[in-house]
Structure formats: C-alpha cells, structure tokens
Design a protein around this ligand. Structure first.
Ligand code: NAG
Ligand code: NAG
Ligand code: NAG
Ligand code: NAG
Length: 339
C-alpha cells in the first residue's frame, strides 16, 4: 500500500525517458495507486450511496447504541413507534432491560478483575453472534453496551441493520451524568462535585472520562481484567472510524431534527419534525453553568471533544442530504413551538 501511494508520483517523474517495458510497469503502479485510494474510500456494497455514512439499502433491524446521558431515552421512545410503524406487526421492540440485562461495568484503572463484564460477553456469544436475538424478531434493539455488541452481529444480519447513535457536548454530558448519579444516590457523587468525582476520583473517572469515545471504540466494557484506557490516539482513531459506520449520528441539542432524519432513512416522510415524546424535567434544571467547570471537563475529555466535532460535521452532512440547513435548527424550534 505505501508503494502504491507514491507510485503515481514516481511514475510521473520517470515516465518520459524510460524504455517501453518500464513505462508499462509505471502505468501499472499508477493504476494500482488509484485503485488503492478508491478502495479506502469505498463503502460496503450494502450501504446507500446517496446518504453519508453507512445506511443499509435494505433495513430489517434498527440498533440504537445508547450512550448514557446523550438523549437516548427520548430517541428510543420515538424509535419504538417509528419502528412499529415501519415493520407493522412483523417484529418486537427489544429494550435492553428485557433482552440485554447487563450494563457494562468499568474496570478500575489498574485492571485485574478477570470476571469484569464476563456476563456481557457470554451474552454476546450466546445471543448476538449466533443471531438468536434477531431471530426472536427484535426489530429495535436499544442497548447500553459498547461497540463490541455491533462487532458481534453476524454479517448476514449486519448488512440489513440500521445503526444509530446520539452524541452530546462532553461537558454537558458529564454534568448531566453526575446529577443522574446523585438522583440515584450514588455515594461517590452524593458527597462530591462534578470535577472532584469525574476528574479526581478513580471510580468517577472510570464512569465518565471520554465515555463516548470509549463506547464508540468498543473499549468501555472491560474484558479479562485488562486495565481501562481512558485517552489515547488509538482509542480515538477507532472511535472516529466507527462513527463512519453509523447511518444516523444524532445530536442531543438537535433532537427533533435527529428524529426527522431517522424518519427519512426509514422511508417515513413527514413535513415536520416529530414531537419530543420524552421530555425530561431535569434536563433544564441541571444545565452546566460555571465556565471554569466546563473548561476543566473539556480538558479532561479531549478525545470526546474531538469526536463530538466530527459528529457535528456528520450531522450537518445528514441535514444537507435531506435539504435542510446544516447549522440552523430554527425550523425545528418553530415546529416545536407550534406543536
Ligand atoms: C469484578 O467484577 C464483577 C462484575 O463483573 C464484580 O461483581 C466484582 O465485584 C468485581 N470484583 C472486584 C474485586 O472489583
Ligand atoms: C446480506 O448478506 C447475506 C449473506 O451474508 C446475503 O445472503 C444477503 O443477500 C445480504 N443482504 C443484503 C440486503 O445485502
Ligand atoms: C462527606 O463529606 C464530608 C465533608 O467533606 C465528610 O465529613 C464525610 O465523611 C463525607 N462522607 C462520605 C461518606 O464520604
Ligand atoms: C437548537 O440548538 C440549541 C443550541 O445548540 C439548543 O439549545 C436547542 O435545544 C435546539 N433546539 C431544538 C428544537 O433542537
């Protein structure tokens, strides 16, 4: 591959004076370079070419990778009715509580817990990899697992599975997560501040640091006692690449338009965004305010900050693909006010 990358340049320089046989080799190398760079860009055969990312041409299953505190519950509530309509009586809605009972447990920074998430992996092995979960007729799967559950989907199901994920600005996500833990009387959160818990306390760091990147990279669910990695170029690179495999990358701040886009990819065209069906009263109460706190959270979640920028770019491309503005959500706001 590296040879192919420089081949066109070498070919250009050396072509004029070379004997015929060498000219042929040069032409071959140029061709090989062009094919290699095309292959890098090409999507799998089963993806639509008219939309960004990978939206399957045929949709038989919908999977929402639900990253905590990114507005996934609103999206799931909406998806339940959208998917029911799409598959009229042909399948079930599988909430993670029923068929995917285990949340990922973060390992400690030191690792060493060999039973860490063993139940999750056994579940992937017995239900996802074998296709059993989907044979049960699950049309919508909404799960708090990480990308490894997507990796476990067998190829003949993967090629008709619509992948959806929501991302949220990382500092806002962390503050929201912290307040949720307090509501659930998590001892670490109760007696702490968001910065003390999520930046300084190893347990809080394991829960929150670069959470979106870790889930997308498939590294949130620790396995076989290996220490958790919270920030690295490799982790971030994997998360970036996997974001491209999703059909719908939603933003928590633009929930109505995210739903509108989902309707588009499901072939359910409406002229105005659906209502947000699950309005959480706490959402407004716990808006992050202190700029110093936000700055500390942003600095500590650098991979997530970058990943979120990529998600915003993708979201804009999705909006453009359905003839809407990439950056202006006022249409959604107006529709909501009128609804
Ligand atoms: C190891 O992980 C399991 C869950 O997978 C948990 O129940 C157990 O408490 C953990 N053990 C230690 C020593 O952290
Ligand atoms: C998906 O893959 C299976 C084989 O793995 C193939 O039989 C099927 O036709 C594919 N479906 C689509 C829509 O590409
Ligand atoms: C909570 O914080 C107070 C004051 O900082 C301290 O006295 C107390 O021991 C802490 N409680 C727990 C359970 O950590
Ligand atoms: C529009 O965007 C702003 C800021 O990103 C956000 O606070 C607001 O909730 C969004 N409105 C809608 C209807 O999505």
């Amino acid at each position: 591959a590296p040879l192919c990358a420089i081949a066109p340049f070498l070919g250009w320089v050396r072509m004029h004076n070379a004997p015929v046989s060498k000219r042929c080799i040069c032409l071959l190398l140029i061709l090989c370079g062009a094919i290699a760079s095309r292959a890098r860009r090409a999507k799998p055969e089963y993806c639509r070419t008219d939309l960004p990312g990978c939206c399957p041409k045929v949709v038989e299953h919908v999977l929402l990778l639900h990253i905590e505190k990114t507005g996934g519950t609103s999206l799931r509530t909406f998806l339940q009715s959208a998917v029911k309509r799409r598959f009229k009586g042909r399948g079930a809605i599988c909430n993670y509580l029923k068929h995917m009972p285990y949340q990922c447990q973060p390992s400690s920074a030191a690792g060493g817990n060999s039973s860490c998430n063993a139940r999750n992996y056994a579940y992937y092995q017995s239900a996802i990899t074998t296709g059993d979960h989907f044979r049960r007729g699950c049309k919508l799967t909404s799960s708090h697992h990480d990308f490894r559950i997507v990796d476990a989907i067998p190829p003949h199901i993967r090629n008709t599975t619509l992948l959806i994920v929501n991302l949220r600005d990382p500092a806002g996500r962390a503050v929201s997560h912290f307040h949720m833990l307090r509501r659930h009387r998590d001892p670490g959160a109760l007696n702490s501040t968001v910065v003390d818990y999520f930046v300084r306390n190893p347990l809080g760091v394991a829960i929150s640091r670069n959470r979106m990147t870790r889930v997308m990279a498939g590294e949130f669910c620790c396995k076989k006692g290996l220490p958790a990695v919270y920030e690295s170029d490799a982790l971030y690179g994997r998360a970036r690449a996997r974001l491209e495999e999703f059909c719908v990358v939603g933003l928590t701040s633009r929930v109505q338009e995210t739903m509108l886009y989902v309707q588009h990819v499901l072939g359910q065209v409406t002229d105005r965004p659906p209502k947000n069906l699950h309005y959480h009263n706490n959402a407004n109460r716990y808006q992050p305010v202190d700029p110093a706190v936000l700055q500390q959270l942003d600095e500590f979640n650098g991979n997530d900050v970058e990943l979120y920028k990529q998600a915003e770019g993708r979201f804009g491309a999705q909006m453009l693909a359905i003839g809407r503005s990439a950056t202006d959500n006022s249409t959604a706001a107006a529709a909501e006010a009128g609804a």
